[in-house]
Design a binder for this molecule. Structure first.
Ligand code: ADP
Ligand code: ADP
Length: 548
């Protein structure tokens, strides 16, 4: 409902919705009286990759602990007595005749082994004190480690202590450590955070090969829909009320699963999971004539030392109140350019120099705000607008901060921390807002909400935002124009002038050799199979993203 009327909309303006209420059937597992309950289990299937799409806190980890044999599901009997007598026999009885029967028989006879990649790779250095090579050496159970080290480009950091690795490097090390194992069942909790697009596509390819060539069952949670689409053979949608109950649906085809999820309505289940649908539309590029330039900068170059990294930037203009998307691989000079704009770095002596220094509010890729301070205290220290109705409507509501205001910064989950960091950045008083990977650890709905918060903020306050992100969906929803970085990571980089979306996407994707098509029903962009008819035709026409 619109929040005013409780039952039926008297104006028929709004479709009446039944948001999920807790089911009456017995759950698979309930942690206690009034505690979280899980309904449904995903089905690991050898030779295939199964995806789970849904918010955090919905029971994915609980389900995987059950499938790993670590937790005997209590089928809703949560008393201490019942917990002691819970057996796999009872679970088997419940699942007899279903696709899970064989799998549960194997758990019962202790015949299932599992490898898991954790969600928060940033925590790995705290758990393992040593070098990359030392972490990886014990994982080589199939003789495949060496090839993973090469294909995931881990060799350059093999002798480095894990504590010195970047998020993207840790993600690739964690992936190699998991895939190199010899297990029946692999669970990967978010693959894409901190990886650039080429690395995401490589990761997806390696995971598919593990399932197909090595006939393993792989289960993945992934919020980058373009990658999920590429990665999975089938999809369970997870819905419910985070923290209260979660339902994992029977498997759907990936396309239907994603489309129904975006629509907010699950057909087979006859269940509305969200009041509104999530829509993707092609942008008409904003008429730049309307805006005033914020900055006009000359061509600049910057190198670190003589043989180290160097960056060439084409001259360009950034307009007031535009959202400028920035795309390109990791290690290509994106943060270097941001530092040139702030004046923290000087351009090369033989290059033109910048005649301005912008006050930049910066949200880094890896967020370190682990102070023992409450969220509300932290945010009110940044802006005097804190708590005003304006700030609530523009920032705290769309970023769902109301529920976490009283929590401490150091016990927030990755997604919660991300939302606080986005709010902190937007609340700052600056000339230019630069956000590095705001999508990391946000689920799909949160990405959409963060996107609209950022866009509205820019439009309503004539502020200019530069968003660096590797989630093509998010960039597509967010950006008015695009700045494309290319080159050879860690060696040299080149930054294009800000350009119109179509030209920018073509520039960027032709470099990656990836084409997208639009899903007919939802308009969401999907990666074409390499070498498919569409892929070849679009490459010929030079239309990598907005198919003609
Ligand atoms: P997800 O992996 O989807 O984020 P989890 O399965 O970790 O979700 O958790 C689902 C819910 O179950 C959360 O609200 C969590 O707090 C709760 N939960 C997890 N483990 C326990 C436990 N041992 N006792 C009580 N509640 C738990
Ligand atoms: P991105 O933001 O695109 O990931 P960066 O601008 O952070 O890229 O870095 C580009 C390259 O420059 C990387 O190879 C990085 O290691 C190198 N680099 C960054 N800062 C310095 C520095 N102060 N001295 C030497 N090399 C640096």
């Amino acid at each position: 409902s619109c929040g005013i009327c409780v039952e039926k909309c008297p104006f028929d303006a709004i479709e009446i919705i039944n948001l999920p209420v807790e089911l009456e059937d017995d759950p698979v597992h309930r942690y206690g009286e009034n505690a979280f309950a899980l309904y449904g289990l995903p089905v690991p299937d050898p030779g295939t990759v199964t995806g789970i799409l849904g918010p955090n806190g919905i029971g994915k980890t609980t389900a995987v602990r059950a499938l790993a044999g670590e937790l005997v599901p209590n089928l809703g009997e949560y008393t201490a007595e019942a917990a002691e007598t819970a057996t796999w026999d009872a679970v088997l009885d419940r699942y007899r005749g279903t696709k899970l029967q064989t799998y549960i028989e194997r758990i019962r006879s202790d015949d299932i082994s599992i490898a898991q990649k954790p969600q928060y790779v940033d925590q790995i250095p705290g758990q393992f004190d040593g070098t990359t090579g030392e972490l990886l050496e014990s994982t080589d159970e199939r003789g495949a480690l060496d090839s993973y080290i090469d294909r995931l480009d881990i060799r350059p950091v093999i002798d480095q202590p894990l504590s010195t690795l970047s998020g993207g490097e840790l993600q690739r090390v964690a992936l190699a450590a998991t895939l190199a194992r010899d297990r029946d069942f692999y669970f990967l909790d978010e693959v894409s955070p901190y990886l650039d697009i080429a690395q995401r596509v490589t990761a997806a390819r390696l995971i598919r090969e593990l399932a197909e060539d090595a006939n393993r069952a792989v289960l993945v949670v992934e919020h980058d829909l373009a990658i999920l689409d590429l990665l999975a053979d089938s999809l369970h949608v997870a819905y419910g009320e985070p923290g209260a109950f979660g339902v994992i649906t029977d498997p759907k085809s990936v396309r239907n699963g994603i489309n129904e999820y975006l629509k907010g309505f699950l057909s087979n289940e006859n269940m509305r999971i969200r009041p509104n649908k999530i829509e993707f539309q092609e942008h008409a590029p904003r008429k730049t004539a309307k805006s005033t330039p914020l900055i006009e900068y000359p061509a600049i170059s910057k190198s670190y030392g003589t043989d180290e990294f160097s960056l060439e930037v084409e001259s360009g203009t950034i307009y007031e109140s535009e959202v400028l998307g920035v795309v390109g691989p990791n290690g290509i000079g994106k943060s270097t350019l941001a530092k040139l704009f702030t004046g923290a770095l000087e351009s090369d002596p033989d290059s033109q120099s910048l005649s301005f220094q912008l006050d930049i509010a910066y949200k880094p890729q890896y967020i370190e705000i682990d102070q023992p301070m409450r969220v509300d205290a932290f945010l009110s220290s940044i802006t005097n607008d804190f708590g005003t109705s304006y700030w609530k409507t523009e920032i705290s509501q769309p970023l769902q901060l109301e529920q976490i205001m009283e929590r401490n910064l150091d016990d927030l989950s990755g997604g919660e921390r991300q939302r606080v960091a986005i709010a902190a950045c937007l609340s700052d008083d600056a000339d230019l807002y630069v956000m590095d990977e705001p999508s990391a650890h946000l689920d799909v709905e949160q990405r959409v909400q963060a996107t609209s918060a950022i866009r509205r903020y820019a439009e309503n306050n004539d502020e200019t935002v530069l968003v660096i992100d590797h989630d093509i969906y998010m960039i597509d929803l967010l950006a008015d124009r695009l700045m494309v970085f290319d080159g050879q990571p860690s060696e040299y980089g080149h930054a294009s002038a800000p350009q119109e979306m179509r030209a920018g996407m073509n520039d960027f994707l032709s470099d990656l050799d990836i084409t997208f098509r639009r899903d007919e029903r939802t308009q969401r962009p999907r990666i074409n199979k390499p070498g498919s008819q569409l892929d070849r035709r679009q490459k010929q026409q030079g239309e990598y993203y907005y198919a003609p």
